[in-house]
Design a protein around this ligand. Structure first.
Ligand SMILES: C[S@@+](CC[C@H](N)C(=O)[O-])C[C@H]1O[C@@H](n2cnc3c(N)ncnc32)[C@H](O)[C@@H]1O
Length: 335
C-alpha cells in the first residue's frame, strides 16, 4: 500500500482548553491562531485563498508554477518531502509534478480534517506516491517511519505561515525544522513581503466577511469543543497594521461589556477590549535572509513575482544533527 488513510476528524485537543484559559486570563487577552484550524477553520481558510483581496495564495502559486523545475532541481531520487502546515496540499501538487521518484511525501498539520481531504485527493492524483499524513504540531520535529530515517529530506513551508511567529519564535521554529531536515536538508519556504496597509488590510479584512468568519471560528470552536458561551454577535473581527513591528494583527473586539464563561471560569470584557488572535509578520527579502541565518540556514536562492508581493526562498542547512531524542512528536494516524 502506498497511501496511509486518516481515520478520524482529529481527537479533541486538551491543549486548546489550556490555551483558552491561559490566553483569556492575560491582561492583554490572546488566543493562538493554530486553534482556528479545525475542520470549519480549514474550510474557511480555503475560501480565503480564493478571495480577490487575498493576494498571497495566487501570487505564491504563480511563483511556484513558473519556477518549480528550478526550485526542486538537484533533489536526489529517494528524497522524502516533508511539508509543515500542509493544509490542502494544493501548492504541493506543483512541486510533486516537477519531482521525480520521491520516497514519500509527509504532510504535517494540526488539522486532521485538512490532512484527510488532502491525502484522499493526492492518492487519486498521484497513485504511485507514498503519502504519510502526520497530525501534530510542526514546532516539534516529526518522527518518520524507520525505513525513511536515512533518506535525504526536502522541507516545504509555504503560505507564509512563518509570519504567524514573532521573529524570535520564528528563529526557534526554523532551527527545529533544520533539526528535522538533517545535515543536508533543504527548505523551500514562502514568505510574504512587507508592503503598504492599503494592500494588507483588505487582504485580512475582505468585503465578503470570510476572514471575519475565520477569525470568529476560534470562539465558535471554544463553544463547540469546550462548552463556552461566547456570543459571536458580540465580537467583531478587526485587522490592524502594526507598522512598528511590520505585521498585520487580527483581533476579536468585544462590542459591549460582557462576561463569558469557559470551563467553569468567568472572563470579563470591557466594551472595545480585544482578543489578539493572529499576527502575520511581513519581511523584506534581506530581512528574511537575516532571520534564516540566525537559525543556522544559508539562503541559496529566492524567487519573487513581478510586483514584489511575495517571495519563495530556498535554504540549505549547515551541520545541524538530525534529532534522535524527540518528545511527543506529531503522530501518524493510519488505518
Ligand atoms: C496559513 S495556512 C497555510 C496552508 C498551506 N500550507 C498553504 O500554503 O495554503 C497554515 C496551515 O498551517 C497549519 N498550522 C498552523 N499552526 C500549526 C502548527 N503549530 N503545527 C502544525 N500545523 C499548523 C494550519 O492548520 C494550516 O493548515
Amino acid at each position: 500500500m502506498t497511501h496511509e488513510t486518516l481515520i478520524a476528524d482529529g481527537p479533541k485537543d486538551d491543549s486548546f482548553a489550556a490555551a483558552v484559559l491561559d490566553g483569556l486570563s492575560r491582561p492583554e487577552k490572546t488566543l493562538p491562531c493554530r486553534f482556528i484550524y479545525d475542520r470549519a477553520g480549514s474550510e474557511l481558510f480555503e475560501r480565503i485563498t480564493a478571495l480577490p483581496e487575498y493576494y498571497p495564495t495566487r501570487t505564491e502559486i504563480g511563483i511556484l508554477e513558473s519556477c518549480a523545475a528550478e526550485i526542486v532541481a538537484r533533489t536526489p531520487a529517494g528524497t522524502v518531502l516533508i511539508e509543515f502546515g500542509s493544509g490542502s496540499s494544493r501548492k504541493t501538487e506543483i512541486l510533486l509534478r516537477a519531482l521525480d521518484r520521491l520516497a514519500a511525501y509527509v504532510p504535517l498539520d494540526v488539522s486532521a480534517a485538512a490532512l484527510e481531504d488532502a491525502s484522499r485527493r493526492l492518492h487519486r492524483r498521484f497513485p504511485g506516491l507514498r503519502v504519510i499524513p502526520l497530525v501534530g504540531d510542526f514546532r516539534t520535529p516529526p518522527r518518520l517511519p524507520d525505513d525513511l530515517a536515512d533518506r535525504p529530506r526536502l522541507g516545504f513551508f509555504p503560505g507564509s505561515t512563518i509570519g504567524n511567529f514573532a521573529p524570535d519564535e520564528a528563529v526557534l521554529l526554523l532551527r527545529s525544522m533544520a533539526e528535522a531536515l538533517g545535515r543536508d536538508g533543504r527548505l523551500v519556504i514562502g514568505v510574504d513581503l512587507l508592503k503598504g496597509a492599503e494592500v494588507l488590510i483588505p487582504a485580512y479584512d475582505d468585503a465578503a466577511g470570510v476572514t471575519a468568519a475565520f477569525n470568529l471560528n476560534l470562539l465558535a470552536r471554544a463553544n463547540r469543543d469546550l462548552g463556552a458561551d461566547f456570543d459571536l454577535a458580540a465580537f467583531r473581527h478587526e485587522a490592524r497594521f502594526n507598522e512598528e513591528r511590520g505585521r498585520i494583527e487580527m483581533h476579536l473586539v468585544s462590542v459591549r461589556e460582557q462576561v463569558v464563561r469557559v470551563l467553569g471560569q468567568s472572563f470579563s470584557f470591557a466594551a472595545g477590549e480585544s482578543i489578539h488572535t493572529e499576527s502575520s509578520h511581513k519581511y523584506t527579502s534581506e530581512g528574511f535572509r537575516t532571520l534564516a541565518a540566525r537559525a543556522g540556514w544559508t539562503a541559496r536562492r529566492m524567487w519573487s513575482d513581478a510586483a514584489g508581493l511575495f517571495s519563495v526562498h530556498e535554504l540549505s542547512a549547515g551541520s545541524v544533527p538530525r534529532s534522535s531524542a524527540v518528545t511527543s512528536p506529531p503522530r501518524l494516524i493510519t488505518s
